[in-house]
Design a protein around this ligand. Sequence first.
Ligand code: CO
Length: 256
Amino acid sequence: MIVLKKPPEAQLMRDCGRAAAAAMVRMADSLRPGITTAEIDVIGEEVLSEYGAIPSFKGYRGYPAAVCISVNEEVVHGIPSGRMLKEGDIVSLDIGAYKNGFHTDHAWTFPVGEISTEAKRLLSISRESLNQGIAQAKPGRRIGDISHTIQSYVEQNGYSVVRDLTGHGIGRDLHEDPSVPNFGKLGTGPSLRAGMTFCIEPMVCVGRHRVNTLDDHWTVVTADGSLSAHFEHTILVTENGPEILTQWDQEGGADA
Ligand code: CO
């Protein structure tokens, strides 16, 4: 069942989304060789609390941290630890904020120092696939239009989309209907209506789309060890098209 949000509820989610976006900016500003992923997690949780929000992920199915931090061939759900980032890594930060009785969810992949040409290309193709998916999020379109647009853009550029994990509706629950796959067919799936809120979150691999889960039961890695990136925004569908609830100033200090 897809829950439509009325304008007052959308306003509460907008406010919640600002917390997730602010946390992303501050975590991004902290990135440098030598910082540990656990230190980044602390920053994310601190910013949420400054904004009156708490982490959506901590305790979710036993997840132990506020932020999912996934490096290089790690796709999603990496657990913060004493691991130090190093020059040339790419790092995906994924944070959920809970405030006003609602969740928002946001992920971005950043370079650490100077990265390879291939890694730069992966970040730009993956980020553009999210933008193209978001552009489909308007009344009259269907979920499959978002899915297909992301898949075809990524595959045209020689990369693959992860199929085992999807985007999702979001609101009073972190995961609501509908599921938002990153692959699919035009003209299929639920029709989009104003008041829907969902996360679009392409996970893109340089190599093949197969993934495995590590023995920690969380960290998802590419099966072939290729680099992977993850970009996610929480979107509100309005009569005028998509509104991004987790937007931050991407021309500011922290840019991919
Ligand atoms: Co999500």
